[in-house]
Design a protein around this ligand. Structure first.
Ligand code: TXA
Ligand code: MG
Length: 333
């Protein structure tokens, strides 16, 4: 059991960033905003801090972490970028893209953070607060999404507090995160492969590469096996209320996750209706996804009915998260 900490929530000004960097340097855990979701940061080079981070999240230790760095030069000190990786870094960093790369000789990131793999996930976030913190701290920061393992990712400081109060030292409040879904993860360990759809649409990545991405089957992973692509646990982004996908009508008493301008048949009998984007904009929908799932979960309805969301652009990541949220929960998580 982790001892309870006095979690502080501070507005993201210069003094807070300096305090956050000091806290990380002394082995503390700091939640901070990125453009995708809030991350739970620890000093990537400090094995004990990383161990505390896994404990705070309740995360299976085989699930490795993303190392966040300020720029591509810092990324090259941790990992080897081949020509494809360099092309993607130039096109999308800073931004919501994570690259899984061969670990560089002399990589300073703690072995525990990469779960003993020869590869490492690296990302250069674009959010001003994340950038300022990385510059101030001057070392890589490992940061999973700042939720308890298996819960919905946090897009506000209040979400982080709801999940991790007493388990982290400091939450840097930088407002709601603009993208709202996690980064896209591409492995460049050979032929580039999409491991997780996310904030950069896969079409944009394929345009930058000049060819299609490989798409390893993600369904193959189960919670009991070491995941094929770690992190692809079938049940992951989960509200407690069961979720029904591709709903075309509402049963009385359900909570409804709507999308687009068309009225949902039966919505007048719903416990609550929240629309991801009344005008049908996928960027707005991604930004609202996790906050709406949390709010509908809080209704206490027997079921959340999710209406269909188109699959193009950010719709791929939104549908991926909805399918995971609807997957049966392994009893142990
Ligand atoms: O947007 C994001 O990526 C957020 C923000 C905070 O940066 N972070 C995030 O981290 O979503 P997390 O830990 O919740 O998800 C990272 C995923 C995990 O599924 C993990 O298994 C995968 O990245 N991953 C990390 N290292 C890997 C590796 N070497 N090979 C394959 N997958 C890896
Ligand atoms: Mg996560």
């Amino acid at each position: 059991m982790t001892a309870l900490l006095a979690t502080r929530v501070l507005n993201a000004d210069g003094a807070t960033i300096a305090e956050a960097a000091r806290c990380l340097a002394s082995g503390g855990l700091v939640a901070f905003p990125t453009e995708t979701v809030y991350g739970l940061g620890a000093d990537a080079t400090d094995g004990q801090a990383v161990a505390r981070l896994y404990a705070a999240k309740g995360r299976p230790a085989f699930n490795p972490l993303i190392a966040h760095v300020a720029d591509a030069a810092a990324a090259r000190r941790l990992a080897r970028l081949d020509a494809d990786a360099e092309r993607l870094a130039a096109a999308f960093w800073p931004g919501p893209l994570t690259l899984v790369l061969p670990k560089a000789e002399g990589c300073v990131v703690a072995e525990l953070a990469t779960a003993g793999l020869d590869s490492i996930a690296v990302r250069v976030p674009r959010h001003a607060v994340a950038q300022q913190l990385l510059h101030k701290f001057g070392k890589p920061i490992v940061a999973p999404s700042a939720n308890r393992s298996g819960h919905v990712s946090p897009t506000t400081a209040a979400h982080v507090l709801a999940d991790l109060r007493g388990r982290v030292d400091l939450i840097v409040d930088g407002g709601a995160t603009p993208v709202g879904v996690e980064s896209t993860i591409v492995a460049c360990l050979g032929e580039p492969a999409l491991l997780r759809p996310g904030g950069v649409p896969s079409e944009a990545i394929e345009r930058a590469l000049g060819r299609p991405l490989a798409r390893p089957a993600v369904e193959a992973a189960s919670a009991d096996d070491a995941p094929l692509a770690p992190g692809m646990l079938a049940s992951h982004y989960a509200p407690r209320t069961p979720l029904r996908l591709d709903a075309s009508r509402v049963e009385a008493g359900e909570a409804v996750l709507a999308f687009g301008p068309k009225p949902v048949p039966g919505a007048e009998h719903a416990a609550r209706v929240l629309n991801l984007s009344p005008c049908g904009d996928l960027i707005e929908a991604a930004a609202n996804l996790f906050a709406h799932l949390r709010a509908l979960d809080a209704v206490g309805a027997p079921c959340i009915a999710a209406m269909p969301v188109p699959r193009d652009g950010l719709g791929e990541a939104i549908n991926d998260r909805l399918v995971r949220a609807a997957a049966p929960r392994p009893a142990r998580l």
